[in-house]
Design a protein around this ligand. Structure first.
Ligand code: SF4
Length: 367
């Protein structure tokens, strides 16, 4: 295939589905760990093309869904300050915090919260507003880390003292280890997100597959990309091989993007990180290095809060959804008390959330 449209070609999709049916002999649960892939699977009905004994589990691949409520409390507290400007991607605006509403409500009450499409826009706001401090909400997986790191680097390089980052960066491999630590509910195989691996490289996922004792296929986001990933991971699964297959080689190279990795390593270091609903996962996130303390909004605007599990006192069972233990349509609130207009939890808010994906693309529950 040479052109993007070919990755949605019905004949190619049918051929891949037939090959999957031919190869697959035993029950398999495949977890994708990317909100973009979850939406593509449901939008294109790819799950309905699989043999009945092969199922997708939708993992914690939505960065907004796993950003802890305590982080949002902190962001909202900063947004309420008259001397602050908060910049964020739009999908974080309506995510419920622990007790302070959401960023959209803070903006409605007069907070200067600005939606951006690049973290680097914070630099211009800082230059234009020297009497204010600009805080960028730096969340996401390996995919957003390079641009967030670049913001810290450029702020330091240009001597801008009124811009900083409130960081909640996550790493994918540690959460896969945490999921596999519960063998009863762990999937049989993983689809790894192509954009994450484009940064990190394919090679680390080969070692990870061996460590987890489960095959991993790196997959892209078009229908044929995802089915190709399913085919490759099922071939490994049927052969009993805990190995990695790169089903997205047009984007993912063995060693990833060295320039992006270098930028991340220059600014961030690995640390424990709290995941919303899942608790603290050891060495699963990135924090700013001590030499970037001046760019750390958590130090500039310290907030006393203890780690709390929003979902233990909320009606939203999102932790179970994010671990693949509960399908969104099986949540008692799905489509009734919880809708995109009135979300009870982040998975219904974010464009990458699994509950929003089912609501948008599968409003009538399937068995
Ligand atoms: S449907 Fe709503 S309440 Fe249920 S898990 Fe999803 S976000 Fe939470």
């Amino acid at each position: 295939m040479k052109h993007l449209a070919e990755y949605s070609d019905p004949a190619a999709i049918r051929a891949l589905a037939a090959e999957i049916a031919r190869v697959s002999k035993r029950p398999a649960r495949i977890m994708e760990v990317c909100g973009g892939q979850t939406h593509a699977i449901l939008r294109h009905g790819l799950d309905t093309l699989l043999p009945p004994h092969v199922r997708f589990l939708h993992g914690p691949g939505c960065p907004v869904c796993v950003t802890p409520a305590t982080y949002l409390n902190h962001a909202i507290a900063i947004a309420r300050r008259p001397d602050a400007i908060v910049t964020t991607f739009g999908d974080l605006l309506r995510v419920p915090s622990e007790s302070s509403g959401d960023l959209f409500a803070a903006k409605a009450r007069g907070g200067d919260v600005r939606m951006v499409t690049s973290p680097l826009q914070a630099l211009a706001f800082a230059r234009e507003n020297p009497a204010k401090h600009v805080v960028h909400l730096a969340i996401g997986f390996e995919t957003t880390a390079p641009a967030n790191a670049m913001l810290a680097l450029l702020a330091k390089e240009r001597g801008l003292t009124n811009v900083s980052l409130l960081v909640s960066q996550f790493l994918v491999p540690p959460i896969l280890r945490a999921i596999c630590a519960e063998p009863a509910t762990a999937p049989d195989a993983f689809l790894a997100a192509g954009h994450v691996c484009a940064v990190a490289g394919a090679t680390p996922y080969a070692a990870l597959a061996r460590e987890l004792g489960r095959p991993i296929a790196i997959a892209g986001f078009e229908p044929a990309d995802i089915l190709l990933g399913v085919l490759e991971v099922l071939k490994l699964f049927e052969a009993g091989r805990a190995e990695m297959a790169n089903a997205y080689p047009r984007v993912v190279h063995p060693h990833g993007n060295p320039a992006a990795q270098h930028t991340i390593a220059a600014v961030f270091e690995v640390a424990d990180r709290e995941w919303r609903g899942l608790g603290v996962v050891p060495q699963s996130g990135l924090v700013l290095r001590p030499e970037f303390a001046a760019q750390d909004a958590a130090l500039r605007f310290p907030q006393k809060y203890s780690s709390c599990n929003y979902y233990t006192f909320s009606a939203c069972p999102a932790a179970a959804v994010l671990l693949g233990k509960l399908r969104p349509p099986d949540c008692p609130h799905f489509g009734t008390a919880c809708t995109p207009d009135h979300p009870l939890g982040a998975p219904m808010v974010s464009p990458e959330g699994p509950c929003a994906a089912f609501y948008l693309h599968r409003p009538t529950p399937t068995p």
